[in-house]
Design a protein around this ligand. Sequence first.
Ligand SMILES: *[C@@H]1O[C@H](CO)[C@@H](O)[C@H](O)[C@H]1NC(C)=O
Ligand SMILES: CC(=O)N[C@H]1CO[C@H](CO)[C@@H](O)[C@@H]1O
Length: 637
Amino acid sequence: MASTSSFYASKLSYLNWKTKRTNIFYAVILIILCSAFYFIGLWQHSIGPTQIATTTTTTELSDVTSTAVSCTPPHEINNPQHDLDFTAHHYLQDPPPEAARVPHLPPCDAKFSEYVPCEDAQRSLKFDRDRLIYRERHCPEKEGLLKCRVPAPYGYRSPFRWPESRDYAWYANVPHKWLTVEKKGQNWVRFNRDRFSFPGGGTMFPHGADVYIHDIGKLINLNDGSIRTAIDTGCGVASWGAYLLSKNILAMSFAPKDTHEAQVQFALERGVPALIGVIASIRLPYPSRAFDMAHCSRCLIPWGQYDGQYLIEVDRILRPGGYWILSGPPINWEKHSRGWNRTTDDLQEEQSGIEKTARSLCWKKIEQKGDLAIWQKPTNHIHCKINRNVFKKPLFCKAQDPDTAWYTKLETCLTPLPEVSDIREMAGGQLAKWPERLTAIPPRIYSGSLAITAINFSADTQLWKERVAYYKTFDGQLAQHGRYRNVLDMNSYLGGFAAALIGDPVWVMNVVPVEAQINTLGVIYERGLIGTYQNWCEAMSTYPRTYDFIHANSVFSLYKDRCEMEDILLEMDRILRPEGSVIIRDDVDILLEIKRITDVMQWESSIVDHEKSPHYREKILFAVKKYWTAPTPHQNS
Ligand SMILES: *[C@@H]1O[C@H](CO)[C@@H](O)[C@H](O)[C@H]1NC(C)=O
Ligand SMILES: CC(=O)N[C@H]1CO[C@H](CO)[C@@H](O)[C@@H]1O
C-alpha cells in the first residue's frame, strides 16, 4: 500500500487545482452577496433578514466562510429597537445544498452479509414453485433496494491465493458447514479447524475430479486446444471446472441458490468462475454457439421432459460440433439403480426420453462408457433440415434472435445454425484452436455480422494491451502477479481487457450490458473467453465479495439516464472483496460525481489522467475498498 499512497499524493493535485478554482469562485459570490445584503439592510433599517441570510450562506459553504461572518455589521445585530423578522427578503437562489446531496451509506446489518438481492430466499417464495421458477432472478423493486453497504462477516480474511485456493477456503469467509455433513461420503468438502478443504470429489466422482476428467479425456480430446469454453450445469462446488483449468479449459459453472447452501459461493471463494443460476423458464444468460462443451453430473435437470425444452436450450448455447456430457441418473442405471433408490423401469424410461430428445436435435451419441455418456451437436444443419420430415418436433425457430438472453422465455423450437453451402462446412465459421483463438479474428467479426471490422478488432486488442499496462503502473495490486484471481469487466465490448490479462493467473467475467449498442458476447466466446449478460440497474447473480477487481469502462455514461449511480456503486461495493480495487473509466464530470459517493463508501480513490494525454475528457478513477467487517457477533446481542 506504500506505493499507492505516494501515488495518491501526486495524482490528487489535479483535483486540488479544481477545488481551489471553485473556492475562489464561491468566495467572490459570497462577498457580492454580503455587500448586497448589507446595503439592503441599511436601506430597510431592519436587522433580522441580514443576519439570517448571512448565516444560512455561511453554513452551506462550509470552509470558505470564516471571512464571510465578519461582513455582518455587529452593531446592527445587537440593535434591540426592532422586532426580529425571520422571513427572507431576498430572492436570489440558494446555492445547491451540498451537504444534503452527499448520500449517507451506512453499513447494513450483519444479517445481510450474504445478501443476494435478485436471489433472495424470502422474495423467491412469492413465486411459482413449478419448474423451479421461484429460483430464477426476481429482483427487488426500486423501493426495496438496500441503501447500505453489505458487510463482510466478522473474521473475514483475504482468501487463499490461486492455486492454493483451489483446495482451501477460510471458514470465516463462508461460514456454512452443511455441505461437509450432507456430502461427506462424496468428498465435496471437508472442515478442519479454521478452514475448509476441497478434495476434488463430486457426487459422480468421489475419487476426485482429475480421475473423472481423465475418463472424459479418453472419449474426446481435451488436450489439443479445440475445447476451450465449457459450461457446468448444476455445478456443486465446481470441482469439475476447477480441475479443467489445468487443461486450459475455462468452465462457467452455475447452480441455484438452494438447500445446497452456498455451493456457488464456495466455487467463487476457490477462485473458480461461477454464477448463481437455474434453468427454469427463461434462457440462460449466454449467446448462442458459445460453449465447446456442456456438462451435467447428476444435476437434477429433467432433460427428457417438457418437450425437451432444457436440452433445446443447451443446444442453443453449444457451438456447432460441441459436446454434451452426462453422468449420473439415468446413465449406467444397470449398476446404480439401487443406490439411487429408483426402479429400473423408471430409469430406463428417463434414459430413452433423453436419447430420443437428443436424436430429435440431430445430436450424435459418441459413446457411453461406465458412468459417462457423450453426445455431439452437428457441425451444420443441412441434414437436420432434411430430417424434420421424420422428427415433427422440434421445428426450427423463426423469429427470436438466438443471441438475446435476458429474461427471454424458453421456447420449444430448435435454434437454426447459420447457413452453409457444403455438408463439411462448420456453420458460423471454424474457430481457431486455443491459444491462437484469443487473437485470431473471430468468425462473427470476419463474417461481417456485426458492424465491427477485423481492423477494429485488432486495434481494440492492441488498445487494451496498452491500457492494462498503464493501469498496472498505478494499481500495484493488479500488477502484482497472483494478488488477484476473480476479475469482473462490467462493459467488456470485445473482451480486450480480459485478453490483455491472459498472462496473469486470473479469470475474467466479461459482462456485456443488455443496453450495449452491439451485442458482442458471442465474439468474446469465440475468442475463448467467458462472460454473461447483465443489466447494471439490477444486482448481479452472485454472492457478496465475489471479485478481487472490477473494471468499469463507460458503464456510468451508459446508465446515466437509466438508474441511480449510487445503486450501481453499492452493487459494486457488495460484490467487491475487502481490499479489492476498482478502475472506472468515464467522462471527468461523471467521475467527479462518482468520487463524492465512493468517498462516503470507504473507498480510497483518486482520479488519474487518460493514458494518452491530460486533455482528454475521459479520465480514470482508481479506488481501493477498505477492509472492514460486521462487528463481533456478541457485540450485537
Ligand atoms: C472501425 O474502424 C473504422 C475505421 O478506423 C472507424 O471509423 C469505426 O468507427 C470503427 N468502428 C467501431 C465500431 O469501432
Ligand atoms: C424404488 C425404491 O427402491 N424405493 C425405496 C426407497 O427407499 C425407501 C426407504 O428409504 C423404500 O421404502 C423404498 O422402497
